[in-house]
Design a protein around this ligand. Structure first.
Ligand SMILES: [Ca+2]
Ligand SMILES: [Ca+2]
Length: 300
């Protein structure tokens, strides 16, 4: 595209008499500032023959290039692996519509054309069911677990193992509740030991995703324990960013609540949860209750 080119994008939800609607919109556009190309996005499909006829009409009548991306074309384009992260990030598409599901994206594009000054204002909205949450406990066996001692096998070590351990658990917690669906984690048994689980997400984080969990001590160690609960993300080059880092300086009968926006990390596909010994590792068995990634449209 060169500096003197002007491209106008127009959209319509209209189902009936679509060729006539497109001609009307093109006529309206061509009454404004000079235009070299017009891209029309429409929810309904346009037959190939009709599309070619409209393109010929646009050239013959207005000397303008016309491209028509219909419902099927839009859905196919946004369903590709390359485009879907962009749709997720900017349009808040739910994870459940990821390309691997091969579902058609039900798109509602509404348009307000404002030709004052040759500008076009478009408004888009998507009709979608809230996605299911990704419960990290349920996929913890696929995560990469490491401690200061190196690689740790998920649910493979004895709790007294010096290298640290991680296992699925139902626990009596310091706040008096009993919780299932969580992970008990002990840092490697050494000063400033840690244990970390990194999850490779099947789809990148989206702008409206949140991380939620409650973390704290199990009742058995309610008179001691001092850890840091940390959530990090990483890009595909291994650059790590800390999302949250909360200290629980001793069992205080309160769990640490996590409800974190992941908007700043949209597009990243690696998320890690950690327990750090924060000094001595004694009695540092700590519990992440149902760590999960939810869309803000999902109220789980
Ligand atoms: Ca400690
Ligand atoms: Ca606590």
């Amino acid at each position: 595209m060169t500096d003197d080119e002007c491209i106008v994008f127009a959209c319509t939800l209209q189902q009936r008499n679509l060729p006539r609607k497109i001609r009307t919109d093109v006529d309206a556009v061509m009454h404004g500032a000079p235009v070299t190309s017009i891209y029309v996005f429409c929810e309904a499909d346009v037959q190939v023959g009709e599309r070619h006829a409209l393109q010929k009409w646009a050239v013959d009548t207005h000397r303008v290039r016309l491209e028509i991306i219909d419902g099927t074309g839009l859905a196919e384009a946004l369903s590709t692996a390359e485009m879907f992260p962009i749709a997720r990030e900017h349009l808040g598409l739910p994870r459940s519509m990821a390309p691997r599901h091969r579902s058609r994206l039900w798109l509602i594009v509404a348009v307000v054309l404002s030709l004052v000054g040759g500008s076009v204002v478009a408004w888009e909205s998507w009709k979608a069911e809230p996605p299911p949450a990704v419960h990290l406990s349920t996929v913890a066996g696929t995560a990469s677990w490491t401690s200061r001692a190196g690689q740790i096998e998920f649910n493979g070590n004895d709790p007294s193992n010096d290298d640290g351990y991680v296992a699925p658990a139902v626990e009596d917690l310091e706040d008096g509740t009993v919780r299932a669906g969580g992970l008990i984690m002990h840092p490697s048994w050494e000063n400033y030991g840690f244990i970390r689980g990194c999850f490779q997400l099947s789809e990148p984080l989206a702008a409206n995703d949140r991380f939620r969990s409650r973390a704290g001590f199990i009742r058995e160690y309610a008179d001691a324990g001092n850890v840091r609960f940390r959530v990090t993300v990483a890009d595909n080059k291994g650059n790590v960013r800390i999302v949250a880092d909360e200290t629980d300086d001793r069992a205080n009968e309160q769990m640490v609540e996590f409800d974190l926006s992941l908007a700043d990390y949209a597009g990243l596909s690696t998320l890690c949860i950690e327990v750090l010994a924060n000094g001595d590792a004694g009695q540092d068995a700590a519990f992440w209750h149902d760590p999960r990634i939810v869309s803000s449209a999902n109220h789980l």
